[in-house]
Design a protein around this ligand. Structure first.
Ligand code: NAD
Length: 363
């Protein structure tokens, strides 16, 4: 079915504009090949917005993002030691824009795939007998509740300081992220590993019981529960066992970084943050890499794979998303690499050329 897709783009700072341009190049090829219309509107956020408006995100920019079907972002921020943006008050710095837009768009589900490509197996820090099995998992992290948002206190009594953080989840928060997790598992290998610490935490026991309730609605999906400490070990011992890992905010923060590191390739890692509609914000997992900005050497693949996630999760265009992911596999197979993933015997290409090579491989 021919679709009209309204996409707000946030090129951002550093390498952001370069990698978003390549993602648009790929989306344009997809549009042409599959008969869709892409309507892009760019907004400023982060340092780029500070330079023009004095704030990292304006209300007008938020309104534009809200009026779209999805948001595609590069990355924001500058060199945190030398950039004048970091001399501003914390609420005026680039990252405040990102936190504000996540809140405005009610993005409570964070998805981070971690895929080991056969061709990049050498970058994986795991032993060969483990990496040989490959892996393709997705961490689904609750993003707006739990320990990071509960009440915090620092107390002093009789000269002794103490601190309190509150870990609170209600069943609605757990149910909505669990539904997202199961929905996404239905588009993948239909397995959910729900990660908690139910042997010691009450919030985890509620988590487990609500996840079990949701699972009843998805008879095709295999559900297993795993304690977070075991999951941290299994990620390095046998990552091939995982499909969707569903977990709360703090566990997801830690496990998603661990899963990223075992792929070994920061320029390849996509991400998405979703709300309870089909709307989402899609961005690479890496930052704005100010050290290589403007040099045409950044790897655009994480952003291009984020665009593929946008097609899959916001627009249900699975064939189009597959076409992009297959093009990425093919370009790696054909031996093309940006500097960050370069290895012996491969051909080094820049950001723009990588975009063009991928565009040629869309079918
Ligand atoms: P970074 O991810 O930007 O860079 C870390 C290293 O990885 C650098 O050497 C960089 O050159 C390299 N790198 C990152 N992406 C690459 C790519 N696509 N291709 C090739 N090499 C790549 O992390 P950092 O240096 O800690 O942060 C830089 C800025 O980015 C900071 O201002 C930080 O706050 C911001 N940041 C933004 C986001 C976001 O927008 N969501 C996320 C993380 C960091």
């Amino acid at each position: 079915m021919k679709m009209d897709l309204k996409i707000t783009c946030i090129p951002g700072d550093g390498i952001g504009p370069e990698i978003v341009a390549e993602a648009k190049k790929i989306l344009d090829v997809i549009a042409k090949r599959y008969g869709h219309n892409m309507h892009y509107t760019d907004i400023l956020m982060g340092g780029a917005s500070i330079d023009v408006h004095g704030v990292p995100l304006t209300e007008e920019a938020v309104a534009v993002a809200k009026s779209a079907d999805a948001v595609l972002m590069g990355s924001i921020g500058g060199d945190t030691t030398t950039s004048p943006w970091y001399k501003l008050a914390p609420n005026l710095r680039p990252e405040a824009g990102l936190l504000a837009i996540r809140k405005e768009l009610n993005l409570f589900a964070n998805l981070r795939p971690a895929v080991l490509y056969d061709e990049l197996v050498g970058a994986c820090p795991l032993k060969e007998e483990i990496s040989a099995a490959g892996f393709d998992m997705l961490i689904m992290r609750e993003l707006t509740g739990g320990l990071y948002f509960g009440e915090k206190k620092i107390l002093e009594e009789n000269g002794v300081r103490s601190a309190v953080d509150t870990l609170i989840y209600d069943e609605h928060e757990i149910r909505r992220i669990a539904i997202k997790g199961f929905d996404i598992a239905m588009k993948r290998r239909k397995k959910v590993t729900s990660v908690d610490k139910a042997n010691v935490l009450a919030s985890s026991r509620l988590w487990r019981s609500v996840v079990n309730e949701v699972a009843k609605e998805y008879p095709e999906v295999t559900l297993e529960h795993m304690l977070v400490d075991n999951c941290a070990m299994q990620l390095v011992k046998d990552p091939a066992q995982f499909d969707v890992i569903l977990t709360e905010n703090m566990f997801g923060d830690i496990l998603s970084d661990e899963a990223s590191m075992v792929t070994g390739s920061i320029g390849m890692l996509a991400s998405a943050s979703l709300n309870d509609t089909k709307f989402g914000l899609y961005e690479p997992s890496h930052g704005s890499a100010p050290d290589i900005a403007g040099k045409d050497i950044a790897n655009p693949i994480a952003t291009i794979l984020s665009a593929a996630m946008m097609l899959r999760y916001s627009f249900d265009l699975d064939c189009e998303a597959d076409a992009i992911e297959n093009a990425v596999r093919q370009v790696l197979k054909d031996g093309y690499r940006t500097t960050d993933i370069m290895s012996d015997g491969c051909k080094q290409v820049g950001c723009r050329e990588m975009g063009t090579l991928l565009a040629e491989r869309i079918n």
